[in-house]
Ligand binder design. Sequence first.
Ligand code: ADQ
Length: 490
Amino acid sequence: MAETRESLRQLIRTKLRGAKFVAVSNREPYLHVYRNGKVEWVRPASGMTAALDPVMQASRGLWVAHGSGEADAEASDSDGFVAVPPDHPTYHLKRVWLSKQQEEGYYYGFANAAMWPLCHIAYRPPVFRLEQWSAYQEVNRLFAESVAKEIGEKPALVFVQDYHFALLPSMLRALCPQAILAHFWHIPWPNPEIFRICPWKHQILEGLLGNDILGFHTRYHCDNFIATVDRELEARPDRERSAIVYGGHMTKVRSFPISIDFEDVSRHAASQESLKLMAVLRRKFRIRKDTIVGVGADRLDYTKGLPERIEALGHLFERYPEYRGRVVFIQAGVPSRTQVKEYRRLNEQIDSGVAALNWKYGRHDWQPFIFLREHVPFPTLLALYRMAHFAVVSSLHDGMNLVAKEFAAAQIDANGVLVLSPFTGAARELTDALIVNPYSTHELAERIRDAIEMDPVEIRRRMGRLRAQVRENNIYKWASDIIKKLSKLT
Ligand code: ADQ
């Protein structure tokens, strides 16, 4: 039996025995914005918040995050609290306010110009600046104090998210020694050779070793972390128990492959609304009954392999002219971190790649690549996934990649093929995808062709198995596995 929201809720109730459950992340699950002078709410395009929100709904705990929406302050009380989800509240969000300067140094600076490229092997050099590191320390302390204020001396279980808060665990441990701390690192952990260039590597490792449990998506990332600590600190790695003892404290290092709410995605994809949205999309993009549709959905990030995807489609139309006029690739791309130089450069690269592809092969009645540079509402995204004959996930490096799992869950008719990079965590589980190295754009083009030409029986067989995999290993299993591990420590 697959885990459900209800089984997770029961588990939390029995295992946590009344301890307060607090999640901490940079990104908030709901932002308030102004639209036509009115306050409205939106969900950000983020794999982490998409995954954690159902867990928080089941736990009814508290989520502490940066209040980054322009109307956030107006929608919250004087302490930054707001009940969410805004349309059917089940838990509380506490917003922490940051100055522009803090946001620039900590978020755009150290987190996204140093830690992100350091952990992803996508050949972009990390930028280490002292003032950004200072902002990172300052914001980690601010969040640690904000969480400590909520839990005081009460029993609590704090679940920290991601690379924005590497220092927070040891800070919080000093403030609230009774709290049990778990941390999930949503991105890869590199090997020791890569990590050793970070000027503040010891502080980062010491910060993370304040946790009781540190989770990664794959065993490989756990092994990289243990090897890094072994090389950099006077710590005692216990490979047998997959743990590290440092300063008398033990941190267990475990893999928990993250996932999605399979049933929820399937149900939405099967709805009447989804059928209507598919018809709207077909009309809007002039998609005929016999058009073969490919789909991609990504934050516009250099780790996602978008230029490679565009180049591969160019090879496809060059080598196989019979697909001209017959295949359309619809790419949803939400702008991300555009304050960081590398991201601006990537956007220019994508724009010129798309323009060149459409100019070279497009005709008055057909464009090969439709680029939706926008945050696509989730129901529309699901309609896109459902109507697609194939999806391409071509990440150069990716902790997991939830788009691959969303695509499988939305494929209720099981008539689509997933083309997937081996450099995603998802590739370890989704072995019925067509796995291909995105750096080899010629091979990527060939696998896209294989997806288009695949026998329908084979498509159903593969998609059926992918769906079974994601159904079984859903987001509630991810959360339950973590809670079970944590409850052994309470
Ligand atoms: P991300 O890098 O954000 O997550 P991913 O896991 O693919 O990547 O999740 C992206 C999310 O954004 C998905 O839920 C997707 O539906 C949504 N999305 C993408 N493009 C969109 C668009 N144009 N409009 C609206 N929504 C869009 C990080 C790590 C991943 C890891 C997750 C969770 O980098 O490796 O899988 O955290 O741990």
